[in-house]
Structure formats: C-alpha cells, structure tokens
Design a binder for this molecule. Structure first.
Ligand code: C2G
Length: 147
C-alpha cells in the first residue's frame, strides 16, 4: 500500500459578501488537489490593501467554513507571509484569480502557480453598488419613512 500524498492547494482572499465568483474560484482551486487551504484576509490586512469589507473577519470565516470546497482556513495578515505559508503547509499549488496574474510568480520557489480566470458579471463591489441602488429606490425610501 503506497502512502497517498495529499495534494495541497493554497489560495488567499477577502471573500466579502461571499458570491458565485468566490465559489467558482474555490471549486476550481480544490479540483487541482485533494485539500484546499485558504488564507483569509484579516480586517487589519484589508486596511493595508486599502479595502474595507462589509463583513468582519469572523463572519467571513464562518461563511467560508461552510463552503464544501474549503478544508482549512488561516489568517492572512501580511503581504510577506505567502512563501512561509506554502512551505509550512507543504503546498503543491498556489492559486489566485487572473486579476492577480504575475503578481505572485515568486511563489514558484515553493510550488506551482496557477491563475484562474475570474468569473465575469459578479463582484463584491457590484453587489455593494446594487444594494446602495436599492436603498435609493422610491419604494425603499418610502418604507424608511415608515420606520
Ligand atoms: N474572484 C473571482 N471572480 C470574481 C471575484 C473574485 O475569481 N468575480 C477571485 C479573485 O480573483 C480571488 C478570490 O476570488 O482569487 C478572492 O477574491 P477577493 O476576496 O476579492 O480577494 P482579494 O481582495 O483579491 O485578496 O493576498 C491576496 C489577497 O488576499 C487577495
């Protein structure tokens, strides 16, 4: 019986307002191995990225833990931790959406690097804009008058 080596896939993200684009990325990433580990951006790291998430870290983690494609989650706190993470985890593949193409090629030192096509037509930014639009809708405005 030969020992079966788990093929570990590593990715990172904010995963705010979890949506089908995130799900498709995680599914395709998981399909590249037998275990998917996600570095989830902390609220403090998001501030370094210039991002303000709607959902705080603990809530984004709770949602991500419910995803069938995710096997493990840890905190992403800094730009500099990825190579150490990959070595610590014994990652075989590092995956990001292709909006990051080229930005993480240095990860080749530790594992394969794969950039997957983003899912078009959905993004956290678009969801936020839609919600803001709904709040400005006359029906929503009238309803708010009743509160
Ligand atoms: N994504 C996607 N399709 C979308 C939206 C996002 O494939 N419509 C992918 C992104 O390319 C990324 C992952 O889903 O690989 C998570 O997206 P974000 O939460 O926006 O992650 P980001 O803020 O880009 O953080 O150190 C890396 C950063 O933590 C990445």
């Amino acid at each position: 019986m030969t020992a079966t080596h788990e093929r570990i896939v590593l990715t990172y993200g904010t995963f705010d307002l979890f949506h089908p684009g995130h799900v498709q990325l995680l599914k395709r990433a998981r399909d590249l191995g037998s275990r998917l580990v996600v570095g989830l951006s902390t609220d403090e790291f998001n501030a370094k990225k210039g991002k303000q998430s709607v959902m705080r870290y603990e809530d984004r983690k709770t949602v991500l833990e419910s995803c069938r494609y995710v096997d493990e989650i840890f905190a992403e706190e800094d730009w500099s931790q990825k190579l150490n993470d990959a070595r610590r985890l014994g990652a075989d593949v590092f995956v990001m959406g292709d909006d990051w193409t080229g930005k993480f090629d240095f990860m080749q030192e530790a594992c394969n690097v794969v950039y997957l096509a983003r899912t078009e037509g959905v993004s956290t930014t678009e969801i936020k804009a839609s919600v803001q639009g709904l709040n400005r809708h006359p029906v929503a405005q009238a309803a708010m008058q009743l509160i």
